[in-house]
Design a protein around this ligand. Structure first.
Ligand code: GLC
Ligand code: CA
Length: 535
């Protein structure tokens, strides 16, 4: 914190925790809040500014907590509210902010609002959800859920259909209803009053649907491949984010980061829309384009360039390599093909590009996708689409803390199996190895926390991916930090004037403090080097 203009959600480093899988304190095999509290010192030593917790609200756990049945309660599996208050206090004492997940698109069908809404057509909460009459005995329109099935479910009791963008057990809220909005925002206030620092907004671009319920156009005439014209990115959802922003602005120093649901390969233009002009909408928004890139320096360059070109003048970028829905970043590039080296290149990239970095738990130790058998699958998506898609559990396996039983996550059998590689890939073993991914992450985070240039300097491309090399400078006034990344498993000659007037800050291949010599104007296989340039 060497800068008066330091803004935690712009200049800090975020860490995403999947609470079920982080640390189990009461030996029931499921991670919990107390477990997170136990690991706050670890996070503090890693240099983390803020943690974002996937949902911990009361939930029947049909979708691992993204189906909330009471927004004001913590699910007993994670511990009582007092544990959460203790987490807030202990995190804040360590200057770590706490960001919760906020699921605005839908609730669980067990939420009392839906139970009431469903009970009769004239219930005062009927319109809090999206109910429609069938059309000549058929579904109200052609809308499909995110997973391809019809998005309407017939409810016998009142003879109407309700809308669900995701699972049947997760009915969509009606954000056009003012009373619902008021009630929802009052739940949000509950957490803000308690001291929560912000929210990650689940599928925020899906929360409003077409008022006229028009049919979505189809691609190639195939009913389940539709263009979600009337079900996503409706202008009204931007208005609601504005209302939410105003609510957050009533409090001191709070933030929001939106998940913008877009199909691969990502959609930076739409994501940037949700940033408004930078100060009248959500604070940050995720674009997943980087995640969907093949291993190519050129593609990464193009992707970053495009992303930054869309960020509004007063807006701020953020960057992410993986999350609880997608493959672990290290596993995307194949197990045997130098995945450790590649993950180090990615670590240097994530922590040195412009925009707030989000690290997914376990990424810092190089955790790989879990390999689960059919009977170990918990994710309903995996159950539904096995063996074509094995679900999202692969990226949700228990955090690997040590070579002890169950990787030190729990003494009870964990809710998902621990990865086989935990004996080598774990916090304890890696802490002792100066070349580990963990120690690289630590040094990078500390460097970023120390260097205002890395937090807020401009991003200036130097080598745009030619010959597999990506190089860029971060520039602030007269100061400059140069980053050189070799995406290839080959020693390459650097195709730009050789940077001899700098010294190494961090490198996978060179000593810290050393200078590059013109006689060896080469970059080693998968080298990632950060240099401070003398100007
Ligand atoms: C988001 C969440 C995902 C969840 C879905 C429905 O995409 O990240 O885990 O299943 O929303 O809430
Ligand atoms: Ca537990």
């Amino acid at each position: 914190m060497n800068n008066q203009n330091w803004v935690w959600w712009k200049h800090g480093v975020f860490y995403h925790i999947y609470p079920q899988s982080y640390c189990d304190s009461n030996s029931d095999g499921i991670g919990d809040i107390n477990g997170i509290i136990r690991k706050l010192d670890y996070l503090s030593e890693l240099g983390i500014t803020a943690i974002w917790l996937s949902p911990i609200y009361e939930s029947p756990m049909h979708d691992c907590g993204y189906d909330v049945s009471d927004y004001k309660k913590i699910d007993p599996v994670f511990g009582p509210l007092d544990d959460f208050k203790c987490l807030l206090k202990q995190a804040h004492e360590r200057r770590i902010r706490v960001v919760m997940d906020l699921v605005m698109n839908h609730t669980s069908h067990f939420h009392s609002w839906f139970v009431e809404s469903r009970s009769s057509r004239d219930n005062p909460k009927r319109d809090w959800y999206i109910w429609k009459e069938g059309l000549n005995g058929r579904k109200p329109n052609n809308w499909r859920s995110a997973y391809g099935k019809r998005a309407w479910e017939y409810d016998e009791l009142t003879g109407q259909y309700y809308l669900h963008t995701f699972f049947t057990e997760m009915p969509d809220l009606n954000w056009r209803n003012k009373d619902m909005r008021k009630a929802f925002f009052s739940e949000v206030r509950f957490w803000l009053d308690l001291g929560v620092d912000g929210f990650r907004l689940d599928v925020i671009n899906l929360i409003v649907k077409d008022k006229k319920f028009r049919n979505n156009p189809l691609y190639f005439g195939i009913p389940w491949i539709q263009k979600h014209l009337y079900t996503r990115n409706r202008p009204k959802s931007l208005k609601i984010t504005w209302q939410l922003r105003k609510l957050l602005d009533e409090y001191d120093d709070r933030m929001s980061v939106g998940e913008i649901y877009a199909l691969p390969p990502g959609n930076p233009a739409t994501v940037a829309d949700y940033l408004g002009s930078g100060d009248n909408s959500i604070h940050l928004a995720f674009d997943f384009s980087l995640i969907f890139q093949p291993w190519s320096a050129k593609r990464y360059h193009n992707c970053l360039k495009k992303w930054y070109s869309h960020i509004p003048e007063n807006g701020w970028a953020c960057n992410v390599l993986s999350n609880h829905d997608l493959s672990r970043s290290i596993s995307r590039f194949g197990r045997s093909r130098h995945h450790l080296e590649k993950s180090k290149v990615l670590a240097v990239l994530l922590l040195t590009i412009k925009g707030t970095p989000f690290i997914y738990y376990g990424e810092e130790i190089g955790m790989t996708n879990g390999r689960l058998k059919k009977n170990q699958i918990v994710d309903p998506l995996g159950k539904r689409f096995w063996p074509f898609f094995k679900g999202r559990d692969r990226a949700r396996t228990p955090m690997q803390w040590s070579p002890a039983i169950n990787a030190g996550f729990s003494i009870h059998t964990p809710w998902l199996p621990v990865n086989e590689d935990y004996l080598e890939l774990n916090v304890k073993v890696e802490s002792r190895n100066p070349d580990s991914i963990l120690n690289l992450y630590r040094s990078l985070i500390f460097l970023r926390n120390d260097e205002v240039i890395l937090q807020s300097g401009d991003w200036v491309p130097v080598i745009n991916g030619e010959k597999g090399i990506l190089a860029y400078s971060r520039v602030l006034g007269k100061e400059q930090i140069l980053v050189l990344l070799n995406f290839r498993n080959r020693t390459m000659k650097i195709p730009v004037p050789f940077p001899v007037n700098g010294y190494v800050l961090i490198s996978t291949h060179r000593w810290g403090g050393s200078r590059l010599k013109p006689v060896e104007d080469i970059i080693f296989p998968y080298e990632a080097t950060v240099l401070r340039m003398n100007t």
